[in-house]
Design a protein around this ligand. Structure first.
Ligand code: KMT
Length: 177
């Protein structure tokens, strides 16, 4: 895992887009984004996921393979993932294989790019504007955790600007709406 300010260049979304300005774990935490590194063996990692699910009352999970050949409607889905949006629930993803980038908006509305790879677990809070893309290897396999039934309806920007979960998030991180 590595996080830094996005360089906003016109290069392909799958490129690094590293501005050279690092963003610390502490800064991510201030945005409500939490990170855990699970670097045990498969059963140790699963036990850690089980414990997290118990602590946070998560009941369901699935696994998603994202690549041109493995994900049905790949092009359509990839566009949806990379369109800036919020969810009304927090989003927990544990990376099993491959790599990708989650971009989240900081207090100043800048993009922070988070590189996630095998063994990285990321918790993206409800209400934060974010997006996801593969990197140039075009493959990620991730476990998705859900409190109840899978619920991942994205609400795009600007439709979510006045959403109560988004406004609550902005208040929590001390940003103005
Ligand atoms: C989702 O809900 O399918 C996603 O968040 C896509 C990225 S999972 C690494």
């Amino acid at each position: 895992m590595r996080s830094y300010l996005y360089d906003n260049s016109d290069a392909d979304q799958r490129e690094l887009h590293d501005s050279g300005v690092a963003v610390s774990l502490e800064k991510l935490r201030e945005l409500g984004v939490e990170y855990r590194r699970l670097d045990g063996n498969v059963s140790e990692n699963l036990a850690a996921v089980d414990q997290l699910c118990q602590e946070r009352s998560y009941k369901n999970r699935d696994e998603i393979n994202i690549s041109p050949s493995l994900l049905p409607e790949y092009e359509k889905k990839i566009k949806i993932f990379f369109t800036e949006h919020i969810h009304e629930d927090e989003e927990i993803r544990f990376i099993l294989e491959g790599a990708g980038f989650f971009d989240v908006r900081d207090k100043e509305d800048r993009w922070v790019r988070i590189l996630v790879e095998q063994g990285d677990l990321l918790i993206v809070p409800a209400g934060i504007y974010h997006r996801f893309t593969l990197d140039t290897s075009n493959y990620i396999k991730a476990m998705r955790l859900f409190k109840e039934d899978p619920k991942w309806t994205p609400i795009n920007r600007p439709d979510a600007d006045k959403n109560q979960h988004h406004l609550a998030h902005l208040q929590l991180i001390g940003a103005s709406s």
